[in-house]
Design a binder for this molecule. Structure first.
Ligand code: SF4
Ligand code: SF4
Length: 121
């Protein structure tokens, strides 16, 4: 059996039952960021606003007018800092952050919500 070595503080990712979960286990705290794929419509707002460019957005693929895949997102665990900005921006409540069994959003808790956006429309 192959074992995976996880560094202290490293974020790991797992996908089950249409839920993608990032988690960071520290000695005294557990941080989790969860994406509910049933709620997510792949609008990409979170990907555009993530301050660390840690979210990759995959647009829908088409063959003619037939959609082959739905738009979706994925996270880069090496870039994500679990700030929670994406959670507070998702219009469909598809993202959730849990810190020690409580639903919390670090950027809201710390009152440091970023107002700068990368994209110009
Ligand atoms: S903002 Fe919400 S609905 Fe839109 S892609 Fe991100 S998680 Fe999905
Ligand atoms: S928690 Fe912060 S760094 Fe991680 S994906 Fe969301 S906005 Fe980006």
């Amino acid at each position: 059996m192959a074992y995976q070595v996880i560094r202290r503080g490293q974020i790991t990712k797992r996908e089950e039952d249409n839920r993608l979960t990032l988690e960071r286990k520290l000695l005294v705290r557990w941080y989790g960021l969860e994406l509910n794929r049933d709620k997510c419509i792949g609008c990409g707002i979170c990907a555009d606003q993530c301050p660390k460019e840690a979210i990759e957005h995959f647009p829908a693929e088409f063959k003619g007018i037939k959609a082959l895949t739905r738009p979706s997102i994925d996270f880069d665990t090496e870039k994500c800092i679990l700030c929670g900005e994406c959670v507070s921006l998702c219009p469909l409540d598809a993202l959730q952050m849990i810190i020690e069994k409580e639903e919390k959003v670090p950027v809201i808790e710390a009152n440091v919500f970023a107002t700068v956006t990368r994209k110009r429309w």
